[in-house]
Design a protein around this ligand. Structure first.
Ligand code: NAP
Ligand code: MG
Length: 401
């Protein structure tokens, strides 16, 4: 076939360890034979981040602001052990955190479904997409220990420190603890718009849950901001698209999600999203089957796999041993970016190629060819699963494609 031509480049953020290996193979085996790939390349591998004092991460995020679509490979977030291992100048921050701060985005995680990989909740037929607010609450909190006989107050001052209001939190008649959390209207608004846009684009209903009955000011603010923005900017568009937005108590959302067939966007406050995303990911099967996209309120997209760099497999690979690492979520990062680029630049062939690559990948699994992580999960009548190594799996998909 004649290769599909692109117009605007995709911002390509390379990464670390096993996913860096898969990255190259996915491009070579599944994309470059069919697409005249145009990317602006940034090496976010730890070595290059250290060499550039992490400037490369900032530049890649700025490029994403400029071009609108990025694809990112998993990267190491260094800890003390990594500082030693890579002889780093310092313990660089998480690239995902840096990119998220620059784009001011919301992360949406969606499972990739294949027939034969049954979720632990049998009624879940369509993906449950989870959106987590990535600002504030206990993640930017102050905490303290308080002793018997002491008092804790919630104190609001003006910019000069003059007291405006003071509320007693507790007069402690025994030793205890106290915590102060906050959020910002602007951040909640950006979060709301990212979520409404995602729901519209994917034509799925959107549920927000919080605890406004107990938290009548704090959680209620989330409910109110979402309601206002929905009424002013999205209600008509939702009706046209045949979808709806619903707010209900977080407890009620949990109960509804468990009974649902999936196919919804579940919008969570920071802590709920942290916990529930792990529950949803586990219930759908494997980390290798969870895709992720960062969407900014002004419509910039960064696609990636939800999992990390799969370190244990990488060290096997370095020793020359065979690996069977699941590349599906990383393929999805590429197909997401290619399809979005095709949509924005009006290149139907590119969109359709991305969809075909996804279909070929899922069909390969459904016909019984998969990586080791999926073997124990796979149950389909008449199909005995075959375990392939990392590269064989990609070639099998290419055959199907
Ligand atoms: P991980 O790389 O996601 O791997 C955890 C374990 O899950 C693996 O050891 C493997 O289990 C299994 N697994 C994950 N993805 C898989 C796949 N595609 N195919 C098969 N099995 C898969 O998480 P981690 O070990 O906690 O973190 C490793 C590095 O990744 C860290 O340096 C961390 O900073 C980084 N990280 C990056 C991102 C990101 O860039 N978005 C996210 C998370 C973590 P078995 O070993 O049992 O096979
Ligand atoms: Mg978590």
């Amino acid at each position: 076939m004649e290769k599909i031509k692109m117009i605007t480049p995709i911002v390509e953020m390379d990464g670390d360890e096993m996913t860096r290996i898969l990255w190259r193979w996915i491009k070579e085996i599944l994309i470059e034979p069919y697409v005249e790939l145009k990317t602006e390349y940034y090496d976010l591998g730890l070595v290059e981040r250290d060499k550039t004092d992490d400037e490369v991460t900032v530049k890649s995020a700025e490029a994403t602001k400029k071009y609108g679509v990025a694809v990112k490979c998993a990267t190491i977030t260094p800890n003390a052990q990594r500082v030693q291992e890579y002889n780093l100048k310092k313990m660089w921050k998480s690239p995902n955190g840096t990119i998220r701060r620059i784009l001011d985005g919301t992360v949406f995680r969606a499972p990739i479904l294949a027939d034969g990989i049954t979720p632990y909740v049998p009624s879940w037929k369509a993906p449950i997409v989870l959106a987590r607010h990535a600002y504030g609450d206990i993640y930017n909190s102050v905490e303290d220990k308080v002793q018997k006989g002491q008092n804790a107050y919630l104190l609001i001052t003006d910019a000069n420190g003059n007291e405006i209001r003071r509320q007693l939190i507790q007069s402690f008649n025994g030793d205890g603890i106290v915590q102060g959390v906050h959020n910002l209207d602007e951040s909640i608004k950006g979060f709301a718009r990212s979520c409404f846009n995602y729901a519209l684009e994917n034509k799925i209903p959107m549920w927000l849950g919080a605890k406004d009955t107990i938290s009548k000011t704090y959680d209620h603010r989330f409910k109110d901001i979402f309601a206002e923005i929905y009424a002013d900017e999205y209600e008509e568009k939702f009706e046209e698209a045949g979808i709806y937005y619903m707010y209900t108590l977080i407890d009620d959302v949990v109960a509804r999600v468990m009974r649902s067939e999936g196919g919804i966007l579940w919008v969570c406050k920071n802590y709920d999203g942290d916990v529930m995303s792990d529950m949803v990911a586990t219930a759908y099967g494997s980390l290798g089957m969870m895709s992720s996209v960062l969407v900014s309120p002004d419509g910039k997209y960064e696609y990636e796999a939800a999992h990390g760099t799969v370190t244990r497999h990488y060290y096997k690979h370095l020793k020359g041993e065979e690996t069977s690492t699941n590349s599906v979520a990383t393929i999805w990062a590429w197909t997401g970016a290619l399809a979005k680029r095709g949509e924005l630049d009006n290149i139907p062939a590119l969109v359709s190629f991305a969809k075909k690559l996804e279909k070929a990948t899922v069909t390969t699994i459904e016909e019984g060819f998969m990586t080791g992580d999926l073997i124990p999960l796979f149950k389909k009548e008449g199909v005995t699963p075959t375990k392939l190594n990392s590269k064989q799996f990609l070639y099998k998909i290419a055959e199907k494609l």
